[in-house]
Design a protein around this ligand. Structure first.
Ligand code: KIV
Ligand code: ZN
Length: 552
């Protein structure tokens, strides 16, 4: 009988660690519920000790999820493990995932610890975790670059100490598939008690080999694969769950495994991630990218019409993409709109459906036919998912060649209107300066991209904006037939994410200062070094505006 492969999803831990992918508690909960629908075996919900926010989201996910195991990461330290247990103990199936580095490089330079001391620590912490939690996973960080015989000793010892799952990460994505498969085979053949635990693989994608390495590990005997949706994660990311599972499905002749994951939920899950984080999925992304099932060339289209398998190794339906012949336009009703969004993988709350339908109607007034790509762009603009703190009321731009552009922008916040006028060398630049003036919070514009969603003259313009302040990096996307409006929407989605974080940080620090009897900290302006990274803003804000911006 085909052996079961457990899918361990770490989108909410390793994935969320990547810049630009941070989510708030409500978003993490929504995503965890979708992971449950997808049918993953384990959800790594976060790193409980990392921050009070991480703790709260691991705890909330542990209480909300019923069918999956919920894990929290923890270093091999008593206080981390205790905190992880507090966060996951309400789960139907809790797991503590503890780790320590085992490569000489990490031991010498990062931990300043001997091999024997690290081994001792691993054993003690696995025993401690097992005294608290019925299920414990141990990871040997940087295992792929660890001395093999020492790694065998560690694996044997942690299994003896009670770890039911032992994870072998290629932390820096250095391995080749053959080499990684050999490592797992070596462990299977040299660790005497290996049959008492499940061996897991966790591969990073620095050389683009995360999925290939994971598959090689499974072939060699590993029975758990750690992955993330769309492969997001530290640096170049982790193994992408959709690529790993669709390879097992498509090449069952080579990978005769069973798994509980419902592949028909993959498309929807990837779209949810994109709409929550505001990060677009690359059109050529394997399995879930917009072009993954698009056949543009005449030769391909002809072949497809003659026999689908000429150019299609898997069906769009197998990942949950439904075909349609229905065209939406300005006479379409909300019901048809919501149905089409569902077919595209989006389940809309009533509130979101109302907001998006209003946007759809707006666009349909200006554009005759609304294609699926338009709908995806509208949905993924992220403006609906971002907190609605500042909203665009209106803007007027006076622009032309041989003149200084002026922009007058009006935003609303809690029903109050705020207006600013700015001058600059271009319309987007002038609008962005006006927004910065209104929100009184300086930021660096790290990236700005504009593209047409479809080919025709009346195409929607999609703008992707990335900004940063002293606390983090925030993204937003906007979509409109007017590129200045799309630019404003994209900026406001990012700005609202930034303001939400800044205000909650400020509130937390004011509360702790208040209870400690200290004076609340002043807002710290961006450094000149940070400002110099700005694509357009650096050195351009007028003196008087700068003062106003930094005044809190
Ligand atoms: O990449 C890695 O080594 C990890 C471990 C903490 C599992 O993420
Ligand atoms: Zn990792």
């Amino acid at each position: 009988m085909a052996e079961h492969i457990a899918i361990f999803d770490t989108t909410l831990r390793d994935g969320e660690q990547a810049p630009g992918y941070s989510m708030n508690l409500e978003e993490k909960l929504r995503f965890a519920k979708q992971l449950e629908e997808l049918g993953v075996d384990v959800i790594e919900a976060g790193f409980a000790i990392a921050s009070p926010g991480d703790f709260a989201s691991v705890q909330a996910i542990a209480s909300a999820v019923q069918t999956c195991t919920v894990a929290s990461l923890s270093r091999a330290l008593t206080k981390d493990i205790d905190c992880a247990w507090d966060a996951v103990k309400a789960a139907a199936k809790p797991r503590i995932h503890t780790f320590i580095a085992t490569s000489d490089l990490h031991l010498e330079y990062k931990l300043k610890m001997s091999r024997d001391k690290a081994l001792e620590q691993a054993i003690a912490m696995v025993s401690h975790a097992r005294n608290l939690c019925p299920e414990v996973e141990f990871s040997a960080e940087d295992a792929a670059r660890t001395d093999r015989d020492y790694l065998c000793r560690v694996v044997e010892a942690v299994i003896k100490a009670g770890a039911q799952v032992v994870n072998i990460p290629d932390t820096v994505g250095y391995s080749m598939p053959q080499e990684f498969g050999d490592l797992i085979a070596y462990l299977m053949n040299h660790v005497p008690n290996i049959d008492k635990a499940i061996i897991s693989v966790h591969c990073h994608n620095d050389l683009g080999l995360a999925v290939a390495n994971s598959l090689a590990g499974l072939k060699a005997g590993a029975r758990q694969a750690e992955c993330t949706v769309c492969g997001i994660g530290e640096r170049a990311g982790n193994a992408a769950v959709e690529e790993l599972v669709m390879t097992m499905r498509t090449r069952k002749d080579l990978f005769d495994f069973s798994y509980g994951l419902k592949t028909e939920e993959l498309y929807k899950t990837s779209r949810l991630l994109s709409s929550i984080t505001g990060v677009a999925i690359a059109p050529n992304k394997a399995i879930v990218g917009a072009n993954a099932f698009a056949h543009e060339s005449g030769i391909h289209q002809h072949g497809m019409m003659a026999h689908a398998q000429t150019y299609e190794i898997m069906t769009p339906e197998s990942i949950g993409l439904k075909k349609t012949t229905m065209v939406l336009g300005k006479h379409s009703g909300q019901h048809a709109f919501v149905r089409r969004m569902e077919d595209l993988g989006y389940t809309l709350s009533q509130e979101m459906a109302g907001k998006l339908f209003a946007d759809f109607k707006n666009v349909a007034d200006k554009k005759k036919e609304i294609t699926d790509r338009d709908l995806v762009a509208l949905m993924e603009s992220g403006t609906h998912a971002a907190p609605q703190i500042y909203e665009l009321d209106n803007f007027v731009v006076n622009s032309g060649n041989n003149m200084t552009t002026t922009a007058c922008v009006t935003l609303r916040r809690d029903g109050r209107k705020m207006q600013a006028v700015e001058m600059a060398t271009g319309p987007v630049y002038a609008c962005y300066k006006a927004v910065e003036k209104i929100i009184k919070h300086s930021y660096v514009l790290e990236d700005y991209q504009l593209r047409a969603v479809t080919e025709h003259r009346d195409a929607l313009g999609e703008v992707m904006v990335k900004i940063s302040d002293n606390h983090g990096v925030y993204r937003g996307r906007g979509v409109s037939t007017d590129i200045i409006e799309a630019s404003m929407q994209g900026l406001l989605a990012a700005v609202n994410r930034m303001v939400e974080v800044a205000e909650s940080n400020r509130k937390e620090s004011e509360e702790s200062d208040h209870s400690a009897g200290r004076k609340a900290k002043e807002w710290v302006p961006l450094s000149e070094e940070a400002r110099s990274r700005d694509m357009k803003m650096s050195g351009t804000i007028d003196e008087d505006v700068t003062k106003e911006l930094y005044h809190v």
